[in-house]
Design a binder for this molecule. Structure first.
Ligand code: FES
Ligand code: FES
Length: 192
């Protein structure tokens, strides 16, 4: 436990006489266990959610992004207690019944990553952007929606193509969602 944890009350899940703190992680009710002021990244990784990655630990690179009630937040600067009663989604929660989401498959088809360290954060913010909008997206909308995400490999153009490709085809898709295009060139053509 850190000094900060002690200052604001100790450990979650270990306080006698208080209701157990919990949140829903990727659809599963989960008891919060750890120091109150501990960053949420450590707790989520202890759950085996290794898609939650940490680089700067300062809230500036976007690598550690999770969705909190559908909104992208930096987990590295999010105290554990802030998850209480909330709904958390990590990149592991994008797939369904073992199948990658349309967006994840489009990232693969568009080659929208190299080392992939930043990719979970990009995917989650891109999903939030898609969830909050309808129809095709402009370059400017995608750039604005993904601002704050840094990629050391410089995959920004292919990420933008992937998100735009999914957005462009969602109107035409059936209930199961659009199918990914087969490569960066196809993804570009799919945009309006
Ligand atoms: S690791 Fe959290 S924003 Fe960089
Ligand atoms: S793909 Fe390597 S840091 Fe983004």
């Amino acid at each position: 436990m850190t000094g900060a944890d002690q200052a604001i009350g100790g450990d979650l899940g270990q306080r006698a006489g208080q209701a157990t703190a919990s949140c829903v992680v990727n659809g599963v009710e989960t008891v919060l266990e750890g120091g109150l002021a501990e960053p949420a990244t450590g707790f989520l990784r202890r759950l085996g959610l290794y898609g939650v990655r940490e680089t700067c630990s300062l809230g500036v690179c976007g690598t550690c992004t999770i969705l909190l009630d559908g909104e992208p937040v930096s987990a590295c600067i999010l105290p554990l207690y802030a998850l209480d009663g909330r709904e958390v989604r990590t990149v592991e929660g994008l797939e369904s019944e073992g199948q990658l989401s349309t967006l994840q498959r489009q990232f693969i088809c568009s080659q929208a990553f190299q080392c992939s360290f930043c990719t979970p954060g990009f995917l989650l913010s891109a999903q939030a952007l898609l969830d909050a909008t309808e129809g095709p997206l402009t370059d400017e909308q995608v750039v604005e929606g993904l601002q704050g995400h840094l990629c050391r490999c410089g995959c920004y153009e292919s990420v933008k193509e992937a998100v735009r490709a999914v957005a462009a085809r969602r109107q035409e898709s059936d209930a199961d969602g659009a199918q990914p295009t087969t490569g960066p060139q196809d993804a570009g053509r799919a945009a309006p």
